[in-house]
Design a protein around this ligand. Sequence first.
Ligand code: BJW
Ligand code: ZN
Length: 249
Amino acid sequence: MEPSGTAEAAKLLAQARRLVVFTGAGMSAESGVPTFRDALTGLWAQFDPQTLATPEAFRADPALVWGWYEWRRGAVRRAEPNPGHRAVAAMATRVPETVVVTQNVDDLHERAGSAARIHLHGSLFAPRCSACAEPAPVPDGGAEPAEGRRLAPPRCGRCAAPVRPGVVWFGEALPEQALEAAVEAAYRCNVLLTVGTSGLVYPAAEIPQVAARRGGTVIQANPEETPLDAVCEVNLRGAAARVLPALVR
Ligand code: BJW
Ligand code: ZN
Protein backbone atom coordinates (compact mmCIF):
# COMPACT_ATOMS: atom_id res chain seq x y z
CA MET A 1 0.00 0.00 0.00
CA GLU A 2 1.20 3.45 -0.87
CA PRO A 3 1.06 5.94 2.00
CA SER A 4 -1.80 8.40 1.81
CA GLY A 5 -0.92 11.58 -0.01
CA THR A 6 1.11 9.79 -2.69
CA ALA A 7 -1.17 10.79 -5.56
CA GLU A 8 -1.34 14.40 -4.36
CA ALA A 9 2.44 14.58 -3.96
CA ALA A 10 3.00 13.09 -7.41
CA LYS A 11 0.70 15.72 -8.89
CA LEU A 12 2.49 18.56 -7.07
CA LEU A 13 5.83 17.24 -8.31
CA ALA A 14 4.54 17.01 -11.85
CA GLN A 15 3.75 20.73 -11.60
CA ALA A 16 7.17 21.65 -10.22
CA ARG A 17 9.16 24.15 -12.29
CA ARG A 18 12.01 24.64 -9.83
CA LEU A 19 12.50 21.73 -7.45
CA VAL A 20 14.70 21.30 -4.38
CA VAL A 21 15.17 17.83 -2.94
CA PHE A 22 16.46 18.19 0.62
CA THR A 23 17.79 14.97 2.11
CA GLY A 24 19.03 13.57 5.40
CA ALA A 25 20.33 10.31 6.73
CA GLY A 26 17.00 8.45 6.26
CA MET A 27 17.57 8.77 2.49
CA SER A 28 20.45 6.29 2.74
CA ALA A 29 19.03 4.09 5.53
CA GLU A 30 17.86 1.43 3.11
CA SER A 31 21.30 1.36 1.54
CA GLY A 32 22.47 0.14 4.95
CA VAL A 33 24.04 3.46 6.00
CA PRO A 34 22.88 4.15 9.57
CA THR A 35 21.07 7.36 10.52
CA PHE A 36 22.14 9.40 13.55
CA ARG A 37 19.10 9.71 15.78
CA ASP A 38 16.93 6.63 15.16
CA ALA A 39 16.44 5.11 18.60
CA LEU A 40 17.92 1.64 18.05
CA THR A 41 19.90 1.82 14.83
CA GLY A 42 21.16 5.42 14.85
CA LEU A 43 24.88 6.17 15.27
CA TRP A 44 24.22 8.38 18.29
CA ALA A 45 22.55 5.43 20.07
CA GLN A 46 25.92 3.72 20.05
CA PHE A 47 28.52 6.48 19.79
CA ASP A 48 28.93 9.78 21.65
CA PRO A 49 28.83 12.77 19.28
CA GLN A 50 30.81 14.90 21.77
CA THR A 51 33.83 12.59 21.56
CA LEU A 52 33.60 11.96 17.79
CA ALA A 53 31.92 14.80 15.91
CA THR A 54 33.38 18.02 17.30
CA PRO A 55 36.64 19.90 16.63
CA GLU A 56 37.52 19.44 20.33
CA ALA A 57 37.19 15.67 19.94
CA PHE A 58 39.60 15.66 17.00
CA ARG A 59 42.15 17.74 18.90
CA ALA A 60 41.86 15.47 21.96
CA ASP A 61 42.14 12.14 20.11
CA PRO A 62 42.75 12.45 16.34
CA ALA A 63 43.24 8.69 15.88
CA LEU A 64 39.90 7.86 17.52
CA VAL A 65 38.05 10.33 15.32
CA TRP A 66 39.95 9.53 12.10
CA GLY A 67 39.47 5.77 12.66
CA TRP A 68 35.74 6.21 13.21
CA TYR A 69 35.29 8.21 10.02
CA GLU A 70 37.45 5.81 8.01
CA TRP A 71 35.33 2.92 9.31
CA ARG A 72 32.20 4.78 8.15
CA ARG A 73 33.79 5.63 4.79
CA GLY A 74 34.49 1.93 4.25
CA ALA A 75 30.85 1.08 4.97
CA VAL A 76 29.65 3.74 2.53
CA ARG A 77 32.03 2.49 -0.16
CA ARG A 78 30.44 -0.95 0.11
CA ALA A 79 26.87 0.47 0.08
CA GLU A 80 24.85 0.99 -3.09
CA PRO A 81 22.32 3.72 -3.95
CA ASN A 82 18.75 2.56 -3.26
CA PRO A 83 15.61 3.06 -5.40
CA GLY A 84 14.98 6.32 -3.53
CA HIS A 85 18.29 7.81 -4.71
CA ARG A 86 17.47 6.70 -8.25
CA ALA A 87 14.00 8.26 -8.04
CA VAL A 88 15.59 11.58 -7.01
CA ALA A 89 17.88 11.39 -10.04
CA ALA A 90 14.82 10.68 -12.23
CA MET A 91 13.05 13.76 -10.85
CA ALA A 92 15.85 15.94 -12.20
CA THR A 93 15.33 14.60 -15.72
CA ARG A 94 11.68 15.74 -15.50
CA VAL A 95 12.30 19.07 -13.78
CA PRO A 96 15.50 20.45 -15.30
CA GLU A 97 15.84 23.08 -12.55
CA THR A 98 16.32 20.54 -9.77
CA VAL A 99 18.86 21.00 -6.98
CA VAL A 100 19.62 18.20 -4.53
CA VAL A 101 20.62 19.66 -1.17
CA THR A 102 21.92 16.92 1.08
CA GLN A 103 23.10 16.85 4.67
CA ASN A 104 24.61 13.44 3.98
CA VAL A 105 28.34 12.86 3.88
CA ASP A 106 27.99 9.77 1.67
CA ASP A 107 28.22 9.81 -2.14
CA LEU A 108 25.07 7.86 -2.95
CA HIS A 109 23.23 10.72 -4.69
CA GLU A 110 26.15 11.18 -7.07
CA ARG A 111 26.45 7.44 -7.68
CA ALA A 112 22.71 7.35 -8.50
CA GLY A 113 23.28 10.04 -11.13
CA SER A 114 22.09 13.27 -9.45
CA ALA A 115 24.11 16.04 -11.06
CA ALA A 116 23.33 19.32 -9.27
CA ARG A 117 23.95 18.60 -5.60
CA ILE A 118 25.05 20.54 -2.59
CA HIS A 119 26.68 18.85 0.42
CA LEU A 120 25.81 21.04 3.40
CA HIS A 121 27.73 18.94 5.93
CA GLY A 122 30.71 18.05 3.76
CA SER A 123 31.78 14.62 2.58
CA LEU A 124 33.60 11.50 3.74
CA PHE A 125 35.55 11.73 0.48
CA ALA A 126 37.10 15.18 0.91
CA PRO A 127 39.75 15.00 3.67
CA ARG A 128 41.76 18.15 4.26
CA CYS A 129 44.53 19.48 6.46
CA SER A 130 43.34 20.43 9.96
CA ALA A 131 45.73 23.41 9.97
CA CYS A 132 46.06 24.84 6.44
CA ALA A 133 42.93 23.28 4.84
CA GLU A 134 44.93 21.86 1.91
CA PRO A 135 42.91 19.03 0.33
CA ALA A 136 44.44 15.63 1.10
CA PRO A 137 44.20 12.44 -0.94
CA VAL A 138 41.34 10.06 -0.10
CA PRO A 139 43.04 7.01 1.44
CA ASP A 140 43.18 3.93 -0.78
CA GLY A 141 40.13 1.71 -0.55
CA GLY A 142 40.27 -1.60 1.20
CA ALA A 143 42.29 -0.45 4.21
CA GLU A 144 39.52 0.99 6.39
CA PRO A 145 39.70 0.03 10.05
CA ALA A 146 37.13 -2.12 11.83
CA GLU A 147 34.49 -0.51 14.04
CA GLY A 148 35.97 1.12 17.13
CA ARG A 149 39.60 0.94 15.89
CA ARG A 150 41.88 3.91 16.21
CA LEU A 151 43.86 4.94 13.15
CA ALA A 152 46.43 7.72 13.09
CA PRO A 153 45.46 10.30 10.46
CA PRO A 154 47.86 10.97 7.59
CA ARG A 155 49.94 14.17 7.66
CA CYS A 156 49.43 17.16 5.40
CA GLY A 157 51.85 17.21 2.44
CA ARG A 158 52.29 20.95 2.83
CA CYS A 159 52.53 21.63 6.58
CA ALA A 160 52.62 18.16 8.20
CA ALA A 161 49.62 18.83 10.47
CA PRO A 162 47.12 15.95 10.85
CA VAL A 163 44.60 15.48 8.04
CA ARG A 164 40.94 15.66 9.18
CA PRO A 165 37.67 14.39 7.70
CA GLY A 166 36.03 16.90 5.35
CA VAL A 167 32.77 16.93 7.28
CA VAL A 168 31.06 19.65 9.32
CA TRP A 169 31.19 19.01 13.04
CA PHE A 170 28.99 20.51 15.75
CA GLY A 171 29.96 24.11 16.40
CA GLU A 172 31.55 24.54 12.97
CA ALA A 173 30.24 26.82 10.27
CA LEU A 174 28.76 25.19 7.17
CA PRO A 175 30.70 25.70 3.91
CA GLU A 176 29.70 29.22 2.98
CA GLN A 177 29.14 28.69 -0.75
CA ALA A 178 27.12 25.52 -0.18
CA LEU A 179 24.87 27.19 2.39
CA GLU A 180 24.36 30.25 0.20
CA ALA A 181 23.52 28.15 -2.85
CA ALA A 182 21.10 26.03 -0.81
CA VAL A 183 19.29 29.05 0.64
CA GLU A 184 19.11 30.60 -2.82
CA ALA A 185 17.64 27.41 -4.32
CA ALA A 186 15.10 27.16 -1.47
CA TYR A 187 14.22 30.81 -1.95
CA ARG A 188 13.55 30.30 -5.67
CA CYS A 189 11.91 26.88 -5.79
CA ASN A 190 8.20 26.31 -6.13
CA VAL A 191 8.35 22.75 -4.73
CA LEU A 192 10.67 21.35 -2.06
CA LEU A 193 10.72 17.66 -1.20
CA THR A 194 12.30 16.89 2.18
CA VAL A 195 13.37 13.29 2.70
CA GLY A 196 14.62 11.36 5.73
CA THR A 197 15.75 14.17 7.99
CA SER A 198 14.79 14.76 11.62
CA GLY A 199 14.90 18.52 10.97
CA LEU A 200 16.67 19.06 14.28
CA VAL A 201 20.08 20.30 13.15
CA TYR A 202 20.52 23.95 12.26
CA PRO A 203 21.09 25.89 10.09
CA ALA A 204 20.30 23.05 7.61
CA ALA A 205 16.75 22.65 8.97
CA GLU A 206 16.05 26.22 7.84
CA ILE A 207 16.11 25.17 4.18
CA PRO A 208 12.57 23.70 3.96
CA GLN A 209 11.29 26.54 6.15
CA VAL A 210 12.77 29.12 3.77
CA ALA A 211 10.94 27.47 0.86
CA ALA A 212 7.67 27.44 2.78
CA ARG A 213 7.99 31.07 3.86
CA ARG A 214 8.55 32.05 0.22
CA GLY A 215 5.34 30.33 -0.84
CA GLY A 216 6.87 27.07 -2.07
CA THR A 217 5.01 23.82 -1.55
CA VAL A 218 6.84 21.48 0.83
CA ILE A 219 6.37 17.71 0.64
CA GLN A 220 7.92 15.38 3.22
CA ALA A 221 8.83 11.70 3.04
CA ASN A 222 9.63 10.26 6.48
CA PRO A 223 8.20 7.28 8.37
CA GLU A 224 8.09 9.41 11.55
CA GLU A 225 6.71 12.79 12.49
CA THR A 226 9.26 15.62 12.49
CA PRO A 227 9.21 19.31 13.43
CA LEU A 228 9.05 20.00 9.68
CA ASP A 229 5.52 18.49 9.48
CA ALA A 230 4.17 21.93 10.33
CA VAL A 231 5.40 23.51 7.08
CA CYS A 232 4.53 20.54 4.83
CA GLU A 233 1.56 20.42 2.50
CA VAL A 234 1.82 16.62 2.24
CA ASN A 235 3.43 14.22 4.70
CA LEU A 236 4.20 10.82 3.21
CA ARG A 237 4.77 8.43 6.11
CA GLY A 238 7.00 5.82 4.60
CA ALA A 239 10.53 4.77 3.78
CA ALA A 240 12.36 6.72 1.07
CA ALA A 241 13.20 3.67 -1.06
CA ARG A 242 9.51 2.83 -1.32
CA VAL A 243 7.81 6.22 -1.29
CA LEU A 244 9.97 8.14 -3.79
CA PRO A 245 9.78 5.69 -6.73
CA ALA A 246 5.97 5.95 -6.49
CA LEU A 247 6.28 9.69 -7.15
CA VAL A 248 8.01 9.30 -10.51
CA ARG A 249 6.12 6.36 -11.99
C1 BJW B 1 13.85 7.55 7.20
C2 BJW B 1 14.13 6.24 6.98
C3 BJW B 1 13.85 5.78 5.71
C4 BJW B 1 14.69 6.61 8.97
N1 BJW B 1 13.35 6.59 4.79
N2 BJW B 1 13.35 8.35 6.28
C5 BJW B 1 20.71 24.52 20.45
C6 BJW B 1 19.63 24.92 19.68
C7 BJW B 1 19.76 25.12 18.31
C8 BJW B 1 20.98 24.90 17.67
C9 BJW B 1 22.03 24.50 18.44
C10 BJW B 1 21.91 24.31 19.81
N3 BJW B 1 23.10 23.90 20.28
C11 BJW B 1 23.98 23.82 19.25
C12 BJW B 1 23.34 24.19 18.12
C13 BJW B 1 23.89 24.24 16.75
C14 BJW B 1 24.02 22.87 16.16
C15 BJW B 1 22.68 22.17 16.18
O1 BJW B 1 21.83 22.34 15.32
N4 BJW B 1 22.46 21.33 17.18
C16 BJW B 1 21.18 20.65 17.35
C17 BJW B 1 21.39 19.14 17.35
C18 BJW B 1 20.54 21.16 18.60
N5 BJW B 1 24.48 23.08 14.81
C19 BJW B 1 25.75 23.22 14.50
O2 BJW B 1 26.64 23.13 15.35
C20 BJW B 1 26.07 23.53 13.07
N6 BJW B 1 26.94 24.65 12.98
C21 BJW B 1 26.61 25.86 13.45
O3 BJW B 1 25.53 26.09 13.96
O4 BJW B 1 27.60 26.77 13.30
C22 BJW B 1 27.45 28.07 13.86
C23 BJW B 1 28.72 28.79 13.52
C24 BJW B 1 28.68 29.88 12.69
C25 BJW B 1 29.86 30.56 12.37
C26 BJW B 1 31.07 30.11 12.88
C27 BJW B 1 31.12 29.00 13.70
C28 BJW B 1 29.92 28.33 14.03
C29 BJW B 1 26.82 22.36 12.43
C30 BJW B 1 25.99 21.13 12.38
C31 BJW B 1 26.83 19.97 11.85
C32 BJW B 1 26.08 18.66 11.90
N7 BJW B 1 26.99 17.59 11.72
C33 BJW B 1 26.49 16.24 11.65
C34 BJW B 1 27.67 15.29 11.55
C35 BJW B 1 28.31 15.37 10.16
C36 BJW B 1 29.52 14.51 10.07
C37 BJW B 1 29.20 13.06 10.27
O5 BJW B 1 28.53 12.43 9.43
O6 BJW B 1 29.63 12.51 11.30
O7 BJW B 1 25.64 16.13 10.50
S1 BJW B 1 25.43 15.80 13.00
C38 BJW B 1 24.33 14.83 12.03
O8 BJW B 1 23.02 15.46 12.04
C39 BJW B 1 24.84 14.93 10.59
C40 BJW B 1 23.55 15.08 9.83
O9 BJW B 1 23.78 15.64 8.56
C41 BJW B 1 22.73 15.95 10.74
C42 BJW B 1 21.24 15.84 10.49
O10 BJW B 1 20.79 14.57 10.75
P1 BJW B 1 19.68 13.89 9.80
O11 BJW B 1 20.24 13.70 8.46
O12 BJW B 1 18.43 14.63 9.92
O13 BJW B 1 19.58 12.43 10.47
P2 BJW B 1 18.76 11.98 11.77
O14 BJW B 1 19.34 10.69 12.21
O15 BJW B 1 18.65 13.06 12.76
O16 BJW B 1 17.28 11.72 11.24
C43 BJW B 1 17.01 10.68 10.33
C44 BJW B 1 15.58 10.80 9.90
O17 BJW B 1 15.35 9.81 8.90
C45 BJW B 1 14.57 10.53 11.01
O18 BJW B 1 13.57 11.54 10.97
C46 BJW B 1 13.95 9.17 10.64
O19 BJW B 1 12.57 9.06 10.99
C47 BJW B 1 14.12 9.16 9.16
N8 BJW B 1 14.23 7.85 8.56
N9 BJW B 1 14.67 5.70 8.18
C48 BJW B 1 13.11 7.90 5.16
N10 BJW B 1 14.09 4.47 5.42
ZN1 ZN C 1 48.53 21.66 6.01
